[in-house]
Every structure is written in C-alpha cells, then in structure tokens.
Design a protein around this ligand. Sequence first.
Ligand SMILES: [Zn+2]
Length: 299
Amino acid sequence: MTDASNAGPPPPDVVPGGIRDIATGVFVIPDNRVPLVPNIGIVVGKDAALVVDTGMGPANGRKILDAAKRVAGSRRLILTVTHFHPEHGFGAQVFKGAARIFYNRAQREELTAKGEGYLGMFRGFGPGVAAALEGTTIVMPDEVYDGASTEIDLGGRKVELRTWGLAHTAGDQVVWLPAERILFTGDLAEERIFPIFPWFPPNDADLDAARWAEILTELDGWHPQIVVPGHGSIGGPEILRAVRDYMMELGRRVAAERKAGKDADKIVAELAPRIRAEHPDWDAPEWIDFAIRYYASLG
Ligand SMILES: [Zn+2]
C-alpha cells in the first residue's frame, strides 16, 4: 500500500472481466496489483471445478462465484483457500451451499481462533476495505483434510492440495496441478511485493520464516512451469527464489545487527530504508518493518 493518505488503500475489488486462461481449463482472475486483492484460480475438470480463493467480502465472493459458474457450466463446484486471511477467504459465505468448501484442518482451526479478530483489524484499514467487508460472516468449511496433502479428481484432471503447517500462517496451502506443472502459492510467494509477514504479537505470532523459506525451496524442486503467486504477476519458479532469497538475506542481516547489540527499533530505523532502496520496483514496503521485527524477535 503505497497510499499514505488517511483514506487507506483503494477498494479491494476483484475484476472478473480480467479472467484469462493460463492453460486449457485453468483460469486466473488477476489481482491487477491492487492491494488486498489476490490472484484467484478456477481449475476446471470434466466433472467439477475448483475455485482457489474468494477475494474479500461477500460482494467480491459473489463475483468470483458467478465467474466460476460461467466457466464451470453445470459442473459441481469446490472451493478451497490458500490461507485464512480475509482477502483470500472472507468471501466464502456466498459459496455456502453452492460449492463444497474444503480446507485443511489447520486452516479451519486458525479461522476459528482468529477470524473475527482479523475481520475487526481489516475493518480498520480504511473505508474502502471496510465497505468490502460489510456483511461478512465467517463460515466454516464443509469438510477438512488431515495430514500434509490430499488429491482432488476434477474428472480427467488431478489437483493436489499440500500444506506444511506453520509458515506464513498456521495453515498455508498450495494448489498444484502435477500434469500441467502449475502452482498456486497463496501468500507463500508474491511477485515484486515485499513478503507479507503477519507478525502482530501478541494477537498473532504464528509465523515461521525459516520453515517458510524451506517450503519455497521444496516448491522450486517441483519444477513448476507456471507460478501463480498470492499477489503480483504470474511467472515461473524465479518468483519462489526471489521471495526465499529476500527472506534469508534479511534474516541474516537482522541477526548480525542483533549480535551487534541493536534493538528492533534501531534496526528498523537503519535497515528498512536500505532494504526499500534495494528493491525499488517492489510494492508494499510497509511489510519490511514487520519482517525486521519478526527476525529481531528470534534473538
Ligand atoms: Zn494475501
């Protein structure tokens, strides 16, 4: 969010008219680099279509459901989300009854524990965001899976859902199309956007950046052809490496400053402007401070 005015970020409106196919039957509604709008996926098989993320609030969710119905026709719909954060999953209420809502168990637990708190926090992000969230109710999935992964057969098309537990959130999940080598990362990876470190202690301190970086290395090892990041432009595995390298380098630099006896405030004051300058074409620099404070908390 580069807008420093009191009006907050622009309305986080999804634009379904921007839908495009990245492979046969695999659609993305791009975020257009608008803050708090995610890249949304719709994967269509012979029998069913999987929607990946909803956008924020019921009006956005409605637009995504309508877009999914347009490309899915009479196929049954399944909804999953990449993590519980509002811009990814807080449009799920309109899918209730229209789609089978399917998450991993940790996502449901995290949504139960933190959903209302995040709703309140995001309503404070300015009138555009508050308007998008008007009428939002938090709904639980119809079904969850246990363990690290599960497979969905959409009819002639297999999709894998994979989670690792605590990383960027407690229940991050990627969506992987093994035949097409297409990867939807959620906010484990964003493209030319400073990684979102949701480091809000004491309300939310569920973050493990070392694990997160390991996951990005693992995902790179899957050799994806197309990477759809949580936010930003679609690309290839270089997106994963850029995020990982940023995090590991920042972690090293903060650790060195801590070792030199500096506290978090001093490190933020000195290091954040340098980090910003080193990535002149990256958006959302407000996340640099959160990342520094997270790494400073490690000791
Ligand atoms: Zn996001």
